[in-house]
Design a protein. Sequence first.
Length: 110
Amino acid sequence: MRISQWKGKIIFTILYLGAVALLFSMGITCIFRQYLGFVCPGCGMTRAILSALRLDFAAAFRYHPMFWSMPILYLYFLLDGGLFRKKLWNRIVLWGIAAGFVINWLLKLC
C-alpha cells in the first residue's frame, strides 16, 4: 500500500473521531436514536470500547457484545479488506460479524 493511502486512512480516522467527539459534546450519543427513536445496531459500542480500553471486559460485553469486532473491522479498513489471503475467509469473518450485529440489534429491540 502506498504511503498516500495510509495518510488518507489516518486522516479519515482522525476526522471520524473528531465528528464523534463533536456529537458527544452536543449531547447526541446516537443519531439513529436521536432522530428515529429506536436503537441502532451499534448502540452501546462507544461505551463498550471505552470499557474495554479500561480492561473492564465484563462491562464492555454488557454494553455491546460485539465490541471485540471493532479492532478486526479497523484492520479490514486499513488492509483494504484483505486480512486473510483467501477471500472466502474474509467473507466468512465479515458475514459472521454482520450476523452478530444483527442478532444483538434484534435482541435489543425486543
